[in-house]
Design a protein. Structure first.
Length: 303
C-alpha cells in the first residue's frame, strides 16, 4: 500500500507569554515559507505564546521551514522590542500524520484551540486562525483549504457548511485529543502507514528508538474485531457496535471509508463515533477493562 498524503502537525511554544503579538508579521513568514521552501500549509492557529500548524513538506525540508519561520520572527521581534535571545522553547514538536485519515480531525482540534482555553466561545470569533477561511472568507493564496474541505463535499459552499457543522459539533462537549493515538510520539496513522513511514522515512537511529512501540502493533481484520467484541458485549448491540467501530478505527489498518462501508455509515461518523467512545472509555473503568481484554485477545497494543 502506498502513502497518498503525508503531513506534519506542529506545536511550537515560547519561553514566556505574549510573544506572538506581531501576528500579521508572523503570518507573512508563513507565506514566505510557502514561497521559498515549498511548504503547503493547510491549517494554522496563533496563540499568545505558541502556535499550531498542519502542513505538508513535499521537499522534505521541515527543519529548514521551521528555522525560517521561528528565526525570522525572532529576529524581527528582538529588533522591534530591543531585546536579544531565543523566543521559542527548543525544538518544535512535530508529528507525521496520515493526512487522508487524520487531517480533518486535526484541523478541527487546532481550530477549537481558542475555544478550549476560553478565549472565545465559537471558533469563528477568533481572528488568528485559519478557521475563517474554512468558514466562507476567501483564503490567501498561500493557505490551502481545499484538501480538507474536499472530504466534506465537492462544492465549496456545501463543504464549508458541513465543515462548520463538523467543528461546531464539539464546541460545547468534552472530546479526546486526536493525537492521543500517536505512536512513539512520532507518527499518527493506521498500522500500514506507521510501518511504511518507519521503514522508508526514518533514520536507523530513529527506527531503533521507535521499535519497542512498533513491535506492539498488529493488524486485526474488521471481522476478527467484531467477533471478539460481540463475545464480550452480549445483549448490548449499541455499545457493541460503538466499541467495534472504535477498535477498527484504531487497529484494523482500514481507511475511514472502508470502515464506514462495513458499518453502513459515513467517514465522519466513523471518526466521531470513535472519538466519543474514547471519551466514554476514559471515564468508565469497567469498559476500559473489557476493551483491554479484547485488545489482548487480538494481540493488539494496550488501550
Amino acid at each position: 500500500m502506498g502513502i497518498d498524503r503525508v503531513a506534519s502537525t506542529l506545536l511550537t511554544r515560547g519561553f514566556t507569554k505574549d510573544i506572538i503579538v506581531e501576528r500579521e508579521r508572523f503570518l507573512s513568514y508563513l507565506e514566505s515559507a510557502t514561497e521559498r521552501y515549498g511548504a503547503v500549509i493547510h491549517v494554522y492557529c496563533l496563540m499568545s505564546n505558541h502556535y499550531h500548524l498542519l502542513l505538508e513538506t513535499p521537499e522534505g525540508n521541515l527543519s529548514q521551514i521551521m528555522r525560517h519561520i521561528n528565526g525570522a520572527y525572532t529576529t524581527y521581534f528582538n529588533i522591534k522590542r530591543q531585546r536579544s535571545g531565543h523566543l521559542f522553547q527548543g525544538r518544535y514538536k512535530a508529528i507525521i500524520i496520515d493526512a487522508d485519515e487524520y487531517a480533518g480531525e486535526l484541523s478541527r482540534y487546532i481550530h477549537l484551540n481558542p475555544v478550549r482555553v476560553g478565549i472565545v466561545k465559537r471558533p469563528g470569533a477568533y481572528r488568528w486562525s485559519s478557521y475563517q477561511y474554512y468558514n466562507g472568507k476567501k483564503p490567501p493564496e498561500w493557505l490551502k483549504v481545499d484538501f480538507i474541505l474536499s472530504y466534506f463535499s465537492r462544492g465549496r459552499s456545501i463543504a464549508q457548511e458541513k465543515y462548520r457543522e463538523f467543528v461546531n459539533a464539539l464546541v460545547d462537549v468534552e472530546y479526546d485529543n486526536p493525537l492521543k493515538d500517536t505512536i512513539a510520539s512520532t507518527i499518527l496513522g493506521g498500522i500500514n502507514f506507521v510501518k511504511e513511514i518507519s521503514d522508508k522515512h526514518l533514520t536507523n537511529k530513529k527506527v531503533d528508538r521507535n521499535l519497542p512501540a512498533l513491535r506492539e502493533l498488529r493488524r486485526a481484520s474488521i471481522a476478527e474485531i467484531i467477533k471478539e467484541v460481540n463475545s464480550i458485549f452480549r445483549g448490548d448491540s449499541v455499545l457493541s457496535r460503538k466499541a467495534a467501530i472504535y477498535l477498527c478505527h484504531r487497529y484494523s489498518g482500514r481507511t475511514l471509508k472502508e470502515i464506514g462501508d462495513y458499518f453502513n455509515i459515513g467517514e465522519s461518523a466513523v471518526s466521531q463515533t470513535s472519538c466519543r467512545f474514547g471519551l466514554i472509555l476514559n471515564k468508565d473503568k469497567g469498559l476500559r477493562k473489557k476493551i483491554k481484554h479484547i485488545s489482548g485477545k487480538l494481540g493488539l497494543c494496550n488501550v
